[in-house]
Design a protein around this ligand. Structure first.
Ligand code: ATP
Ligand code: MG
Ligand code: MG
Ligand code: MG
Length: 487
């Protein structure tokens, strides 16, 4: 099955079971003060769970663009080094708002995975919440019994603790146990050596979690007590890229048709081959770099097409940081000295034309924004890297980059602090974060005096009839702030 067919089969499956298919919310969480980016499928439905709004249907399904790069869920450091965590990914989901509950949901999960997608039953492991006395939450006997009936035995049921198997929206509010579905994609000879059960949640690249069923059945009160909810809800989330890996019989998300187009273009552009020594060749930096670039371009392109431009503050800075991280990987390990990320936009726009048409409709704009960001950063990247080399090669027995230098790299060369830290780490160096903060405070005090006007972080791209890049604001050129205006 192609990724298109896999996505469609999911939505068709739930649509034919009376679920309303809704579009993904934009990647950028505009209406939620607690979130910068949507990081799960349920986030756009929060008000339905809290009872602040009525859902258009008691059953809903969709694929949600998610970004996990900050806050509670931050997978950025994993991306490129492992083969199954992305910055931006799609989360397929089905929801019941006070309608069907555990038994129906778990049975549908199983039916879809084994009968529609035909995943091997004996390679699937499921987890149930083990209970937590101190917290007053019981063992999820109900989920255990349902799974035992479905699986025919309890051999492949795992007991999970609060960290993996209990979900809460916050300190108070709806909460409940969850049940994760994991799949073992290893060769049989490997399975014979170590049973899959032992590798669940152990960071094995081919024994991965694919789906989570959350059972919202309690409400946590301010005094810490739990009450049973009258209107129980189901919230599920399945990692689409991982599902594609499993169905397409691949060892890595990057080997699926979701990433292969981009990787092929990167191979042509760089003259380097991806994964020559096997698909999981993460020792090779060009492989890591290709994965990072193929991943990050999705996050950046979709964020921009959803209205979040790279900038120097807030969510815009998160996007700029992701972009610069990718540019540096491309520059150092794929030998790209000219803008290259922008050239990947058409590949994605075409690939996602039917699913997320917002990218195709703004293709030229997104490309231009990324190209200008690249030009801006490439101007200072080399000098910044040279500056770092002098430190790595110099007399630095402590192996620490001092705060002043970290600040200089950020202020003069546009190196986000986490990028400096990442490069430092590759050489076995740390950075002096406290020292950096001191320097930053000093600068803030200076600029408070100057009281310059701030550039807006947000524009709604769709409102622009003919958006055009209009060049640098000279004063900001050093820190790389690119300006966009309505023309
Ligand atoms: P993991 O333990 O692998 O980090 P998770 O438990 O944090 O996953 P959930 O919050 O349960 O993930 O999200 C539901 C599903 O979304 C997961 O089962 C997984 O398939 C997928 N998923 C989660 N994080 C990522 C990511 N960074 N990239 C791709 N898919 C992801
Ligand atoms: Mg996680
Ligand atoms: Mg997990
Ligand atoms: Mg999970």
């Amino acid at each position: 099955m192609t990724s298109h067919e896999i996505r469609k089969a999911f939505l068709d499956f739930f649509s034919s079971r009376e679920h309303l298919v809704v579009p993904s919310a934009p990647l950028v969480a505009k209406n939620d003060p607690t979130l910068m980016f949507y990081n799960s499928g349920m986030a756009q439905f929060k008000d339905y769970f809290l009872g602040n709004a009525t859902p258009p249907s008691k059953r809903i399904t969709d694929t949600q663009k998610c970004l996990r790069v900050n806050g509670k869920h931050n997978d950025l450091e994993e991306v490129g080094f492992d083969t199954y965590h992305h910055t931006m990914f799609e989360m397929l989901g089905n929801w019941s708002f006070g309608d069907y509950f555990k038994e129906q949901s778990l049975n549908w999960s199983w039916e879809l995975l084994t009968e529609v997608y035909k995943l091997p039953k004996d390679r699937i492991y499921v987890s149930v919440f083990e209970g937590n006395e101190a917290d007053g939450v019981p063992f999820d006997q109900e989920a255990f019994d349902i799974w035992k009936k479905i699986l025919g035995s309890d051999e492949r049921i795992i007991y999970g603790d609060k960290k993996d198997n209990f979900w809460e929206m916050g300190d108070v509010g709806p909460c409940g146990p969850c049940s994760e579905i994991h799949i073992d994609l290893r060769e049989q000879s490997e399975v014979d050596k170590i049973p899959g059960k032992e590798l669940v949640n152990a960071d094995h690249p081919q024994v991965v979690e694919i789906w989570n069923n959350v059972f919202m059945q309690f409400e946590r009160k301010a005094d810490g007590s739990l009450i049973a909810l009258e209107n129980k809800c189901i919230d599920t989330g399945m990692g689409f890229e991982r599902l594609c890996m499993a169905i397409q019989g691949k060892q890595s998300n990057y080997d699926t048709d979701l990433f292969q187009n981009t990787i092929q273009v990167l191979e042509e552009m760089s003259g380097l081959k991806y994964g020559v020594n096997g698909t999981l060749n993460s020792d090779s930096y060009s492989d890591v770099a290709m994965r990072v670039v193929a991943d990050h371009i999705r996050a950046v392109a979709f964020a921009i097409s959803d209205g979040q431009l790279p900038s120097n503050t807030g969510a815009g800075y998160v996007i700029r940081r992701i972009l610069r991280r990718a540019i540096r990987y491309g520059y150092s390990y794929l030998n790209f000295k000219e803008p290259f990320m922008c050239q990947l936009v058409p590949v994605l726009a075409k690939q996602f034309e039917d699913v997320f048409p917002e990218l195709k409709s703004q293709e030229e704009f997104v490309k231009k924004v990324i190209e200008e960001e690249e030009k801006s950063f490439l101007k200072t990247l080399e000098q910044g890297l040279k500056r770092l080399e002098t430190i790595f090669e110099g007399d630095n027995t402590k192996k620490v980059i001092d705060g002043k230098t970290v600040f200089e790299l950020s202020d003069t060369f546009g190196f986000p602090v986490d990028l400096t830290a990442l490069i430092a780490k590759e050489k076995g160096f740390d950075i002096d974060e406290a020292g950096f903060k001191t320097e930053l405070e000093k600068q803030k005090a200076r600029s408070r005096k100057d009281a310059t006007k701030e550039a807006a972080d947000w524009i709604t791209v769709n409102e622009l009839d003919n958006p055009q890049y209009v060049g640098y604001d000279n004063e900001e050129a050093i820190s790389g702030l690119v300006q966009y205006r309505k023309v």
